[in-house]
Design a protein around this ligand. Structure first.
Ligand SMILES: [Zn+2]
Length: 381
């Protein structure tokens, strides 16, 4: 059976411009695009609303939030996955790379954090294969090098998991995201209810771990990402030297560089900079690092990720569109750019022959409100 849908009189968001026109979708694909405000009899009149490609999210911690809605409160995983999927659909995301941490700390009884990624990956892939999800889900393994179990956890994954991204993380305090140790202290002491002395012991413990295992973990992660066929990403790069190391590993994608220096060095090495939507929306980083908007103004921001607030993806892209005076360029950071750097050639642009992943939104008092979304031509929101 052939199913056809026509969206007409829309402001189509193309990779480099916006035009008034229509899109014809058949069997989940974009099959025709025309310019002009004409509304054929069988078409839906979009009344000038923006119609853009569905959003692509590369790094979200949102699933963890659904699985643990409060500290020490666990939610049934299948239900958490479905709620997470629905939330992402409701903010215009049609493709997501779900970030799962690998690399745990088991030996420190006070600050133990355990393994969960393999179990959750199985649950997620099973739910996806059963057809229970509205949008397209891929795995993103966040490999924490400052941990005890990274190598054995990596070994539990393989090419059959079709992992999209592996990111190389090092959250040892005193560098990268936590250059400013006082920010780490307020974060960690808030999270674990730790006193000052306990905090000092914890930092010493992490430094020991980093010195002993950090380099070996880093090299193992690079090799394993290759074995999985995944895109490798760097995370929280701060210095030119760190960027040079990333480039040496063949990295083309950098999550959340923390300084202008690192962001510039990434561009010199043809590495795309991903910045957090919450940082953009709030006007600064909660860890005291470079503001995403500063990088945007310097022409150093390529991709937005919603990080821990799903709705910041569309909002952040629209804010960039307003700042740059170019809505197509703003939306590019959450559609064509993330598709390109994760090798998703079948989506990310409104173009004949591509998958019909699309969103329709308008601006209300400057804020985007989503009117509808489609994944492979089927309504997802
Ligand atoms: Zn980080």
């Amino acid at each position: 059976m052939t199913q056809e849908m026509i969206l007409a009189n829309a402001t189509l968001v193309l990779p480099t411009e916006t035009v008034t026109g229509s899109v014809v979708v058949r069997d989940g694909m974009i099959v025709e695009m025309d310019q002009g405000a004409t509304v054929p009899a069988c078409a839906e009149d979009c009344e000038g609303d923006f119609v853009a490609p569905g959003l692509i999210e590369l790094h979200t911690d949102n699933l963890e939030r659904h699985m643990r809605p409060r500290p020490k409160v666990d939610w049934p995983h299948q239900a958490a996955i479905v709620a997470h999927d629905a939330e992402l659909a409701s903010v215009g995301i049609t493709t997501v790379f779900d970030a799962l941490r690998i690399g745990s700390i088991l030996s420190d009884p006070n600050n133990r954090y355990g393994k969960y990624a393999r179990v959750v990956a199985d649950e997620l892939l099973s739910m996806r294969d059963s057809g229970g999800l509205r949008i397209s889900h891929h795995l993103h393994l966040r490999a924490e090098t400052c941990s005890e179990t990274l190598i054995e956890e990596l070994a539990e994954f393989g090419p059959e998991d079709r992992i999209g991204i592996v990111s190389l993380m090092d959250h040892t305090p005193g560098q990268r995201q936590f250059q400013d140790v006082s920010k780490f202290e307020s974060y960690i002491r808030g999270k674990y209810a730790m006193d000052a002395e306990g905090f000092e012991e914890y930092v010493a413990f992490l430094h020991g771990l980093h010195d002993k295992l950090g380099k070996a973990h880093e090299e193992a992660t690079v090799a394993e990402a290759k074995r999985f066929g995944a895109v490798l990403a760097s995370h929280d790069d701060t210095t030119e030297a760190q960027v040079a190391t990333s480039a040496g590993y063949g990295i083309h994608l950098a999550e959340f560089p923390t300084t202008v220096e690192a962001a510039r060095a990434n561009h010199a090495h043809r590495i795309a900079n991903i910045m957090g939507g919450p940082n953009l929306v709030r006007g600064g980083s909660h860890s005291g690092n470079v503001a995403a908007m500063e990088l945007a103004e310097l022409g150093l921001l390529d991709i937005i990720s919603s990080d821990y607030v799903p709705s910041s993806l569309l909002l952040g892209a629209v804010m960039l569109g307003q700042t740059w005076g170019d809505m197509a360029k703003g939306l590019h950071t959450v559609t064509a750019a993330p598709a390109k750097y994760t090798n998703l050639t079948d989506r990310g642009r409104l173009e004949v022959g591509l998958q019909a992943d699309m969103i329709r939104f308008r601006l209300t008092e400057g804020v985007p409100s989503l009117r509808a979304a489609w994944h492979k031509g089927v309504r997802s929101a």
